[in-house]
Design a protein around this ligand. Structure first.
Ligand code: CUA
Length: 342
């Protein structure tokens, strides 16, 4: 049989998509967490059982067509001849019926085991984190085990490898969905409700989380970076996040600090250790240490910060962030200050 050249791209696309889905930093098929591993195993079990059943169905279809064609050739009659007393037929039905029951039993067992292994993490001691969904960014708060208070950041979740982090989800406005595909299952973020998801990462590295429930115009720009650290790296990072903002080292940065912490920005944003204590927007205390701007919309850079401050509506139409009509020199100073907040 020769494949038509037009079929090649049609076949290549699903193969390429499947391979792409099996790798990368936002894929449930490249698990880096216990929960995602259970889900990936269940996925492959379902794929194998259902793929096998699908092939069987195709095989029977082909065999049926072939027999009907042969019968018509021989007798000019395509009615199937079924004899209820035919023992061979009964045996065949029992075998194939048994196969279907076995397949379904495998799927039920696999699903039960995956659920159970995901639920097991709930009984462990865990690091406490609160994540709040906003249109369209994530407020992230770590329980400070020393003081019992909360250390706030935004849009970048750090997790210690080999330990369970218990994330309590809340929403400030509409329904969102919290999902780090490489690490765990997704869970809805519902206003007025506290949903809890356990993340038990096993492998260090950068991953990507994404809001997985349509929540308005910028739903697609409601992502977050996830960094799985070694426990020592994580402790260093959290201690750094707990500290107040660094003091400006030069005159331009000091001017940027005045613009950010005493102007309009401070009405919505907090920079701990300064006069800016606004609550509605993301905490900026260590924004310079983050990997991206505006919930995964722009990579972190001074140019990106300036563009975001001056024309947020061009970057993310509909965002709550209003444009700041700063002079180029002021925008430069503000971006220098923000980038220095590491
Ligand atoms: Cu939040 Cu989609």
């Amino acid at each position: 049989m020769r494949l038509s050249p037009a079929l090649a791209p049609a076949l290549a696309l699903p193969v390429a998509l499947t391979l792409a889905a099996c790798a990368g930093r936002q894929s449930p098929l490249a698990p880096a967490g216990e929960q995602a591993s259970s889900i990936a195993s269940l996925f492959w079990l379902m794929m194998a059982v259902c793929g096998f059943m699908y092939l069987l169905v195709l095989m029977f279809l082909a065999a049926g067509l072939w027999r009907s064609w042969r019968r018509r050739e021989a007798q000019g009659d395509d009615r199937p001849e079924i004899d209820p007393a035919d023992r061979a037929l009964t045996r065949t039905l029992v075998i194939w019926g048994g196969l279907v029951v076995a397949g379904l039993t495998l799927l039920i067992t696999g699903s039960f085991l995956a659920d159970r292994s995901i639920a097991q993490a709930r009984s462990r001691q865990a690091l406490e984190v609160r994540v709040t969904g906003h249109q369209w960014w994530w407020r992230i708060q770590y329980r400070d085990e020393a003081t019992g208070g909360w250390i706030e950041t935004a849009n970048e979740l750090h997790l210690p490898a080999g330990r369970t982090t218990r994330v309590t989800l809340g929403s400030a406005d509409v329904v969102h969905s919290f999902w780090v595909p490489n690490i765990a299952q997704k869970l809805d973020v519902v206003p007025g409700l506290q949903n809890v998801v356990d993340l038990s990462p096993t492998r260090t590295g950068w991953f990507r989380g994404q809001c997985a429930e349509f929540c308005g115009a910028q739903h697609a720009h409601m992502a977050f970076d996830v960094k799985v650290d070694t426990p020592a790296e994580f402790d260093r990072w959290l201690a750094g996040q707990a500290r107040p903002a660094p003091v400006p080292a030069d005159a331009v940065t000091a001017r940027g600090m005045r613009i950010v912490t005493t102007g309009t920005c401070a009405m919505c944003h907090a920079v701990r250790g300064t006069r800016a204590v606004g609550k509605p927007g993301p905490d900026l205390t260590h924004i310079g240490s983050r990997r991206s701007i505006a919930a995964g919309t722009l990579p972190m850079s001074r140019g990106g910060l300036q563009g975001w401050i001056v024309q947020p509506q061009a970057v993310k139409p509909g965002t709550m962030m209003p444009a700041m009509p700063l002079s180029p020199a002021d925008a430069d100073a503000a971006s220098r200050y923000l980038a220095s907040l590491r």
